[in-house]
Design a protein around this ligand. Sequence first.
Ligand code: TYM
Length: 324
Amino acid sequence: MARVLSGVQPTGDPHIGNYLGAWIRWAREQQPEHFFCIVDLHAITMPHDPEQLRDRTVDVACWLYACGLDPALSALFVQSQVREHAELAWVLNCVATMGELHRMTQFKEKSQGRESVSVGLFDYPVLQAADILLYHAEEVPVGADQQQHVELTRDIAQRFNSRYGETLTLPKATFPTAGARIMDLQLVDKKMSKSLGTAGAILLGDTEAQTRKKIMRAVTDSGSEVRAAPDKPGITNLLDLMAAVTGASTQDLEDHFSGTRYGDFKAEVAEAVNGVVRPVRDRHAELASDLGAVHESLAKGADRAREVAAGTMTAVRERVGFLT
Ligand code: TYM
């Protein structure tokens, strides 16, 4: 069984892209050596409200447990509670280059049009590399938007190893067959995201009626065929969503919906999405009403994470020449 680490930012409300791109696999495939991190250090790279950050950190934990993460199996923890993340990030800062960070598309997107950009935002991918490398993760289950960051992590690890001797494990990103990049329902050329606004994003916390309405209003394409094609981004996205929630192949779905009108197709997609999200939303509500248990599980997760992270840091410190 491969060692796994993945992470999520406690910013904005979780949406169906997070669930289908990453979380559903975290829960399905979890093992004792799998680590999942709520990355609050990453969340402060952009302007934020401290009180809201604390609330969202706990809320995203509720969502992850609601999706099926089991504290008796995998370890879910909060990044800032394991100090080694910041420590390894500093060491890796001295291995990563300005040139490779300048090439990161997420930095370009997030910094665009901003007058003042934090050094932390520029350095974001190095901290992400530290998250992954601390746990010797072989696999990183993520959505397609994270591929470039995981590739950078490999490059940094490789450079560290060739400079200081074999220490860090080279990870690879893994993606779902369907749902690796769910697009916004209104702006179909943009990935669904917490920052785009909620009209085109299906939030896990939406009511069933809200979800149905958003899907029924999703931008579709000219023509009337339910078929995945480059000139049909709206329908392609809904088919991908349907494939991800049902497990059916796009081909099977195209056959199933052959001759179906867009409106009827969308109604079926809405029903399927609601069917999958309903139990998660119910469980989230239960967990949110007893936060004591959630805090306790996070604390245990952090203890387990610290143990592994401390072992890696001992090796790293020794390799780079720090006094032990
Ligand atoms: P974040 O918080 O933006 O997203 C969490 C996970 O959800 C996936 N995702 C999507 N998948 C499919 N379609 C979408 N529209 C969509 N939107 C989001 C993301 O790919 C991700 O898997 N940099 C990371 C957090 C991070 C991390 C890590 C990830 C920090 N350290 C170490 C992996 C390993 C991020 O901002 O994810």
